[in-house]
Design a protein around this ligand. Structure first.
Ligand code: HT7
Ligand code: ZN
Length: 889
């Protein structure tokens, strides 16, 4: 198993100029003919003699023929092994043509990588290294070429033939076949190549760009699903407009296609002008999709569209630079979602996801920097660190430079690098040069893994009227990186006076210098402090009373903040902070502290008691009519079990689960009347609308309902059943179902059976049903999940079903972490089964074991045994091997 290192990057010896592909799609095999014009990187005196070999990647291909400049190569002219085709002596010319014919078997391809079949349609997935499963090629992103693609196939089975770019020719062929020729005028790396052939229909629309060009928009699905593409089309047009308005970026072709397929390894793929999507991120109707689904569609359609510039026009030099396109594009989709909904709620949600998914990764054995130093399988590096922490890194540029400075940096980035394959340093340099910025040690964010902890202590000098904030930063060791350097950390700060208002800030004394923070003579109310060294002090002057500091406003850096704020300070911030994110955060810190102290009580068999102040705080949030309802819903939702376990020396899933359940029940008991009123006041019989105010209303009603059902009270069960039966949309129906199935019993069984009966024809809804049962904390649920594996609607070959059943099961503190090891054993078995079908999917599932050292000795032994069993199994994939062996290291 070969590890690939960033430090070993070398420019290719040969580049490709044009690539002409012909696919002859068949029921047994598909024949792929490629015709490539090749030129050496070095010419004349600089070139080596004889010319270096040309090494092409290729996996699972049957080589039919190779020709150079029309002449068939003989066996001694090339070397072929399971991964490469090496042309030993390419011609010593400025340009030559390479013609290769291969045979492939998409019908047998269950890896969903390369060319495969999904529901009878042909579809491709080439990122990161799928193109090598289609034909022999230099499968690396710095090989950018212009493509034409001719697709031939049966006209009845595959009436629609699509590829990248513009349709330039189509017609009928003998034997009931037809063909289409597509030409993409933009140079692209092969990971952006796409082909779709199938029986699909489209929703058609158009968008007029700001320069007046009309772009045809088509969303392709099976005919029965076309009505469910209204929201996707609306989103696509909104994303096109947003990118013009916010970044000045216009779409660059006359056609944009989206295809939805049910079998897909990730969310979607940004292939040039032919985005391919997992159906769950395209199809939505009020009856079948929840608010969360609608929001995810908005985010991901935006994300893939935004890649047209950040990823496609400017791409990555090598896969280590993945965050260059993914971190930046996640940042862009987060901004888009903020502008389409509520900025504060979006930020809260994004930070929650970062903490839930990325923080644990950064603190465990598979921690890696935003730009990893090495990998065995690139597929394993599509991680929360590369995507989500990468987005935080981009956000920090904006925090440091301001909106206009950030836009200047983006403009310069495109001006310098349009049409190129570049690195994270190039992005950094554009931001720096466009703003003449001093970015000392910022680049370390790309190369150092781990979540920094920043400690803050404060001191108010009532005589001098100064207020001091002292910061110290600490970056923990991570695998392969024992020692770390301090990094540039932007900390946005405001100071609240006793009236709850932000104090005006005029100047800060730092490092022997007085910095003016006011602009145009107007005081600032938030200022961004730059922590560059291990320890730094900032002294605010003209501070008339001891303030309560609002630190890290808007979560200005992806760090763990350890402050000396008291519970009283936190309550004050929760009530008054003008920064909504920090208002929410203050409540979360209070809740986390309380949960940790109750966990300690639980572990010492002490009785659990909830502080009256906490109940009072939740009561006031519920009754505060001035607050956004979704903000309230987020503020009264307790931190998750994972978040609390993450803060413990030895994670104790049973204790955290018990404490969380206790608090929920206790709050429901104390606040029953308020929760009931919240449900009553937030019902609506109006038709479903996906907008912020309706979503907020639904989320507040539904969290109130879920608190209430924790009472296990017959009257409440009746209420929830009524909500379930009368719901007019999936958000409300599924929320009521979720609330009802918390506890075992007849009601649970009946309502689950009813839901399946209603929705068995819709595989996306059935996946929700699988997920809900899989994540259940009902003791012994592993047996139920084993039964569901055999359910006729389940299929291990479909990644969405795997994520719903196996993926969600791993989230249950009670059942995945069952002390008898039954949950770990189940996952171990499934990983091996899945690995034979889909190694990428299996590697994702096995990563749940990676934090095994965080638990008690019994659990450690049981989880480790599964990892050892996996790595010692003959024939496991490189994907699974990499994650399992790193987890054990
Ligand atoms: N850029 C896309 C990555 C992707 C992918 C990676 C590995 C295996 C399958 C995949 N499907 C899509 C998705 C994105 O971030 O936009
Ligand atoms: Zn992406």
């Amino acid at each position: 198993r070969k590890e690939i290192f960033l430090k070993d990057y070398k420019q290719p010896d040969y580049y490709f100029d044009t690539v002409d592909l012909t696919f002859s799609l068949g029921e047994e095999q598909t024949v792929v003919s490629s015709n490539i014009t090749v030129y050496p990187r070095l010419e004349g005196a600089a070139a080596s003699s004889p010319p270096p070999p040309l090494v092409l990647d290729g996996v699972n291909l049957k080589l039919v023929s190779i020709k150079i400049d029309g002449k068939e190569l003989q066996k001694e002219d090339y070397h072929l092994d399971a991964r490469h085709l090496t042309l030993l002596s390419p011609p010593d010319t400025a340009r030559f043509t390479l013609q290769i014919v291969t045979e492939i078997y998409p019908q047998k391809n269950t890896s969903l990588d390369g060319l495969y079949k999904s529901s009878g349609n042909f579809v491709t997935q080439c990122e990161a290294e799928g193109f090598r499963k289609i034909t022999y090629y230099q499968d690396r992103p710095d090989i950018m070429a212009k493509y034409t693609c001719r697709v031939e196939g049966d006209k009845t089975l595959y009436p629609v033939l699509l590829s990248n770019g513009n349709l330039v020719e189509q017609g009928d062929l003998e034997g009931g076949k037809h063909y289409a020729v597509w030409e993409d005028p933009h140079k692209k790396p092969c990971y952006l190549f796409a082909l779709v052939a199938g029986n699909l229909q489209s929703r058609d629309d158009s968008f007029v760009t700001r320069s007046g060009r009309k772009v045809a928009l088509r969303i392709w699905t099976p005919a029965k699903d076309v009505p469910k593409t209204v929201h996707a089309m609306y989103t696509l047009k909104a994303a096109m407009k947003w990118d013009e308005d916010v970044f000045g970026l216009e779409y660059d072709l006359d056609l944009f296609n989206i295809v939805a397929v049910p079998d897909f390894n990730m969310g979607a793929m940004e292939n040039k002008s032919l985005n391919i999507f997992n159906s769950v991120l395209v199809l939505a109707s009020p009856e079948t999709a929840s608010d969360a689904n609608y929001a995810a569609i908005l985010r991901v359609i935006g994300h893939e569209y935004f890649h047209n510039w950040t990823g496609n026009r400017v791409t990555c030099r090598d896969w280590f630079q993945l965050s260059l396109k993914e971190g930046l594009t996640v940042f862009r989709d987060q901004e888009f979602s903020s502008d389409m909904g509520s900025r504060a709620v979006q930020r809260i949600q994004d930070v929650l996801t970062l903490r839930e998914l990325q923080f644990p990764q950064d603190a465990g054995p598979i921690a890696h920097p935003v730009r990893p130093h090495s990998y065995i399988k690139m597929d394993n590096f599509y991680t929360p660190t590369v995507y989500r922490k990468g987005a935080e890194v981009v956000r920090m540029y904006k925090t440091l430079l301001g909106s206009q400075g950030f836009r200047r940096g983006m403009d310069l980035y495109f001006k310098r690098h349009d049409g190129q394959a570049v690195t994270c340093e190039d992005f950094y340099a554009a931001m720096r040069d466009a703003n003449n910025a001093d970015f000392a040690n910022f680049l370390l964010w790309y190369s150092q893994a781990g979540t920094p902890t920043v400690k803050v202590t404060s001191f108010y000098n009532s005589e001098a009227k100064t207020y001091s904030l002292k910061f110290s930063q600490e970056l923990p060791p991570t695998p392969g990186q024992a020692l770390k350097e301090p990094m540039l950390i932007p900390v946005a700060v405001g100071l609240l006076g006793s009236n709850g208002k932000d104090m005006p800030l005029t100047s800060v004394y730092h490092d022997g210098m007085l910095q003016v923070v006011s602009t145009d003579g107007k005081p600032a109310y938030t200022t961004v402090l730059q922590i560059k060294k291990k320890e730094e002090e900032f002294l605010f002057s003209d501070i008339s009373e001891r303030p309560v500091p609002s630190l890290l406003r808007g979560y200005s850096a992806p760090i763990r903040l350890d402050s000396d704020l008291t519970d009283a300070d936190l309550c004050f911030l929760l009530a008054h902070d003008s920064d909504e994110f920090n208002r929410w955060e203050a409540g979360q810190v209070l809740a986390r502290n309380m949960m940790l102290s109750l966990v300690a009580d639980f572990q010492q068999n002490k009785p659990l008691a909830l502080k009256a102040d906490f109940v009072h705080g939740v009561r006031s949030l519920l009754s505060d009519g001035s607050l956004d309802k979704e903000f309230i819903a987020k503020a009264i939702d307790l931190p998750g079990v994972g978040e609390i376990m993450d803060m413990m020396d030895i994670a104790d899933p049973d204790a955290v689960h018990a404490v969380r359940s206790f608090i929920r029940k206790h709050l429901a008991t104390e606040l029953k009347a308020e929760f009931l009123k919240t449900v009553e006041n937030n019902r609506s019989s109006e038709p479903y609308v996906f907008d912020h105010s309706n979503m907020s209303r639904r989320s507040l009603k539904n969290i109130a309902l879920s608190y209430l059902t924790s009472l296990e009270d017959a009257q409440i069960t009746e209420l929830a059943l009524n909500e379930y039966k009368t719901a007019t949309n999936m958000t409300d129906q599924f929320a009521a179902l979720t609330a009802l199935v918390q506890y075992p019993g007849k009601t649970r069984d009946d309502v689950l059976a009813d839901f399946y009966g209603k929705w068995k024809h819709d595989f996306l809804v059935v996946n929700k049903w699988f997920g809900l049962q899989a994540v259940s904390d009902i003791p012994g649920n592993v047996e139920n999940v084993r039964k569901l594996l055999k359910h006729p609607a389940f299929d291990l070959r479909n990644p969405n079903k795997v994520r719903s059943l196996i993926g969600r099961f791993r989230e249950s503190p009670v059942n995945f972490h069952a002390k008898d090891g039954s949950g770990y054993k189940f996952l171990g078995e499934i990983v091996l089964q899945l690995d034979k079908i889909n190694p990428k999917g299996a590697a994702r599932m096995v990563s749940a074991f990676s934090r095994w050292r965080r638990y008690d000795e019994t659990r450690q032994t049981l989880a480790k045994a599964q990892l050892e069993m996996i790595v010692s199994t003959n024939g496991i994939s490189e994907n699974v091997f990499e994650i399992a062996s790193k987890s054990l290291a």
